[in-house]
Design a protein around this ligand. Structure first.
Ligand SMILES: Cc1ncc(COP(=O)(O)O)c(C=O)c1O
Length: 431
């Protein structure tokens, strides 16, 4: 890492940035333990302060008292679409085009399963799905399973070779917008245009984008998208994910998990499946009301930024936070063997910063966690990637002073060799 700054930053500078931050009041929406600097909202978002009461109300009043009437009385059956409409505002989709449901993995299965016959109908000889080798593994596993089932081929390329891989035998380009390991962000509009010019459909995974960076699915002309509810949308562990399909495709084919909740008239109980018009057909079975209520609280924390400039303001702060973190690491942790895996270029960066180190990355993260600075570790086990110390910056609840202290802790962990202690080198099941 190289330093190229004239003035050294101080804690007071960071405090001044917080004082000038128009979004600082949004942190009060969250319940974050004292003495914790939470830099893992890219993995599991922090808990909104309003979530426990809402969940308690759904359990005690809606379920406990109103029982089955709640499907109508409390609008339970509308919740997947209601939360979907709110998410739509964050990703450049329209009302009625998104449902909150199932997991990202399952939604990916559904959209790929719907995209295959569309691609086949338009160009029967195309039998390839192209993706990035460093895509999140579940995306690759789901695509691989579908390819096996349909006799297709999954082709994996490096991130800089995606455009060159868009050949006439390809049906679908499946990418994650912001890479989970490096935080590198693709140009969705450019790649979608390149794919369409080659007659290829696009499927985007917005797990690290929704609520983190501005997304304009309709503007980019994308075909399908899925994304995660428990990261930057703060929906809670295992929160429902979401699915979007461009209206030009929604009604063309069934999705493969044709359950009764995606039926045009579920309570007609007909033996034949008749898909609901629009995105509702992407629902499968009975939806999880407690989880959807928690997800709605989380999405509302992001929408609370709308009067303050919305995703553009969140993005500006996110870039300022990640710029500051990179700069402070360069200034204060020089000489400790840290590298940077995240692009410096703003247009190519999501809302996280990933550092590399050839030795002790896992233990350094553990030592930081013991000091109350929560990041995470991603292994470079495949031998092609370095081990990564991953830090997510959620502008809703992270401030500039937090960044200062996080880097100060990192400096101390490195300077004193604290990470070498045995307790920080024992691997947990979840990293
Ligand atoms: C890009 C991406 N896709 C999908 C997932 C996981 O999806 P699921 O919620 O189905 O486990 C993750 C989890 O971190 C992810 O980073």
């Amino acid at each position: 890492m190289e330093t190229n700054f004239n003035m050294t930053l101080t804690l007071q500078d960071c405090q001044a940035m917080d004082a000038a931050d128009p979004l600082r009041e949004l942190r009060a929406q969250f319940s974050i333990p004292a003495d914790t600097i939470y830099l893992d909202g890219n993995s599991l978002g922090a808990m909104p302060a309003r979530t426990p009461a809402r969940v308690a109300r759904v359990v005690s009043q809606e379920w406990g008292t109103d029982l089955i009437q709640s499907w109508n009385k409390h609008g339970w059956s509308q919740l997947p679409g209601q939360v979907g409409d709110k998410i739509a505002r964050l990703i450049g989709a329209g009302a009625g085009e998104v449902v909150a449901t199932d997991s990202t993995s399952i939604n990916l299965f559904k959209v790929l399963g719907a995209a295959l016959p569309i691609a086949q109908a338009d160009a029967p000889r195309r039998k390839r799905i192209v993706s990035e080798r460093s895509n999140f593994p579940t995306d690759l596993y789901i695509a691989e399973a579908l390819c096996k089932q349909h006799g297709w081929e999954l082709v994996l390329v490096e991130s800089d070779a995606v455009a060159a891989a868009l050949t006439p035998d390809v049906a679908i380009l499946m990418l994650t917008h912001v890479n989970y390991r490096t935080g590198a962000m693709h140009d969705m509009a450019a790649l979608t245009a390149a794919a369409h010019a080659a007659g290829i459909l696009t499927v985007w995974d917005l797990a690290h984008s929704a609520g983190a960076v501005p997304v304009d699915l309709k503007g980019a002309g994308a075909d399908f998208a899925v994304g995660c509810g428990y990261k930057y949308l703060n929906g809670g562990p295992g929160a429902p994910a979401f699915v979007w399909v461009h209206p030009r495709h929604t009604d063309r084919f069934w999705q493969p998990l044709a359950g009764w909740w995606g039926h045009a008239a579920p309570f007609a109980f007909t033996p034949e499946y008749q898909p609901a018009p629009g995105i509702a057909r992407y629902l499968c079975g009975t939806q999880p009301m407690i989880s959807l209520a928690a997800l709605e609280c989380g999405v509302d924390t992001v929408l609370a930024a709308e009067p303050l400039g919305g995703m553009a303001a969140l993005r500006a702060k996110s870039l300022a936070l990640t710029d500051l973190f990179i700069r402070l690491v360069q200034e204060r942790c020089a000489g400790h063997g840290l590298g940077l895996a995240t692009p410096l270029e703003h247009t190519q960066r999501g809302s996280q910063v990933c550092l590399t180190r050839s030795e002790g990355a896992y233990a350094i993260v553990q030592a930081l966690i013991a000091r109350g600075v929560i990041g995470d570790f991603r292994a470079g086990d495949d031998g092609m990637h370095p081990d990564i110390l991953r830090f997510g910056f959620t502008p809703l609840y992270i401030g500039f002073e937090d960044v200062w202290h996080a880097v100060e802790h990192l400096k101390q962990v490195l300077e004193h060799g604290e990470w070498q202690r045995p307790e920080f080198n024992r691997r947990h099941a979840v990293t």
